[in-house]
Design a binder for this molecule. Sequence first.
Ligand code: 5AD
Ligand code: SF4
Length: 439
Amino acid sequence: MKRYYLLTYGCQMNELDSEKMAGILEENGWDSAENLENADLVILNTCCVRAKAEDKVKGKLGQLKKLKLAKPRLLIGIGGCMMQQDNVGEKFLQQFPFVDFIFGPHTMDRLNEIVEKSCTGRVLELEDDRFDVPRLPIKRESSFRAWVSIIKGCENFCSYCIVPYVRGKEVSRPLGEIVSEVEEHIASGVKEVVLLGQNVNAYGRDTGKVDFSRLLKNVDEVPGLERLRFMTSHPRDFSLELVDAISKMPRVCEHLHLPIQAGSNRILKKMNRGYTREDYLRLVEYIREKIPGASITTDIIVGFPGETEEDFALTMDVVEKARFASAFTFLYSPREGTPAAILSDQVPREIKKKRLNYLMERQNKISLNYNRALIGTLAQIMVEGPSKKDSEIYMGRTRTNRPVVFPGQATPGSLQDVRLTDCNTHTLYGELQEALPNE
Ligand code: 5AD
Ligand code: SF4
């Protein structure tokens, strides 16, 4: 049997696309390989949000070139957002002559034909945007968690971001289709659903029909679902009414990922984010009031062009006030074709790094204190499976999306009560509580 190996870079959307690629390949007679060396076909699913992701792909291509020399019949393909950028697909085909095919997020559904064609000649198959992408088979990585795409594309055009150029216009999936996909997942044993979109709050804006809040309510009511999550939200579009609505939906978890990006109003404006620090902090406060115990996580970019020490201090001030459970922090990375990349006042790399280190250090302390405050309490976790390092230790997540490790074993996807006993910056430690005997 022919075997494939997929390498995925970037966000959950790419992870979901990779699950679909695996689904298409397996429907067409391919089997998964345990490692690169055993594969007859290797596909890189790329990301282009930051330059670092591109560097990683180029590094991997160096390794693949050697593999192909040793095994000339190996097929190598590249897909994903990076290929969809202006001329990048064409450039890669020229620059890497050992690559057999290139495709993008809008042509992924034709993967099987593309692979077949590439056996007889090199293939480049990209399209600008498509509205008729069909439902694709999925090979899920997790037995109990399913990602469900609800809206594709993004029209926010934050001035630093390449996503709107590569993922295209916002297109919402019909409500009925989403709900029936969720029902199918639940019938196959799924307990947790994560609704995905670059900006989930924009759901329904293009159709003028059901909005995000109504969609959530419909999914929340699907029988058999234990936990419902969604990402990513845009603080500008996250209304107080949505917070009220969520607070009444029992399956929606008490975790919200709300990227702030920067804490200075001047920088937020230059980023084209459409909210102020005051708006953001008001939203955080409202969430804490209406959804007790909610964890809030965020994304922060440091070193956006023109960011001064004062601007950075304002970011730090929001970090102190919002007390995020955790934060993804990034150095600003200029992306060709975005308005911010051509601004003249780029921040020197050394300064960006210094600010990032300072931010990370401070956020780590806040995350540690956040975890410490939970020690001694009981939490319900959904078990994920054995921890990566030690098969005697299992791992699960709280509804607030905090990872908890515990000694002993439990069925993946099952809900367990744990007493939290210890923690470090990113992990909580707990002990399984004995289930109470049925009366
Ligand atoms: N530079 C650095 N970080 C970026 N992000 C998006 N574009 C850039 C960029 N050009 C970050 C944002 C976003 C996350 C997915 O990636 O914080 O929320
Ligand atoms: Fe990029 Fe902004 Fe769209 Fe997020 S909302 S994908 S940061 S343009």
